[in-house]
Design a protein around this ligand. Structure first.
Ligand code: DAT
Ligand code: MG
Length: 151
């Protein structure tokens, strides 16, 4: 099923100049970009985004990290794309991530794992709405679609 997910290149990914290489992996796979923007996440938005982690030992360091510099947020669309992006990102701890995944190829520790991707279609909906307005989300046909998918 074609669905959408929320992806973010975190402040370390921006600072290390690997936004393009992360994006390239999704584009090369034929995953469609529906929205993209750079922003500095305000503390309140970070709290809402990571609400599920409130109270955990890493919560405050996580908020400090994610608000420490600009991030690049995007909405991606494709077949089963929530799970596909999670697989492409690799495990939360880059040490456990399989070679070839983004986190294994570009990161070393959990607290600087360079990308975020929604963990379920429900999370994706919630996160897309947190970070984007309807008018920022593009719905369009891309010329490669007839070659990416069967009739
Ligand atoms: P993911 O980003 O893979 O969805 P998560 O939702 O469990 O992982 O956690 C959100 C972020 O919080 C994660 O990318 C890095 C940080 N984090 C998670 N578990 C951690 C831990 N045990 N120690 C330090 N940071 C952690
Ligand atoms: Mg998560």
């Amino acid at each position: 099923m074609i669905e959408r997910t929320f992806v973010m290149v975190k402040p370390d990914g921006v600072q290390r100049g690997i936004v393009g290489r992360v994006l390239d992996r999704f584009e090369a796979r034929g995953i469609k970009m529906c929205a993209i923007k750079m922003m500095r996440i305000p503390r309140e938005l970070a709290e809402r985004h990571y609400a599920e982690h409130k109270g955990k030992t890493f919560y405050e360091p996580l908020l400090a990290y994610i608000t420490s510099g600009p991030v690049v947020c995007m909405v991606l669309e494709g077949e089963n794309v929530v799970a596909t992006v999670r697989t492409m990102m690799g495990k939360t701890n880059p040490q456990d991530a399989s070679p070839g995944t983004i986190r294994a190829d570009f990161a070393q520790v959990t607290g600087r794992n360079i990308v975020h991707g929604s963990d379920s279609p429900e999370s994706a909906k919630r996160e897309i709405n947190l970070f984007f307005n309807d008018y920022e989300l593009q719905k369009y046909e891309k010329i490669d679609e007839s070659w990416l998918f069967e009739e």
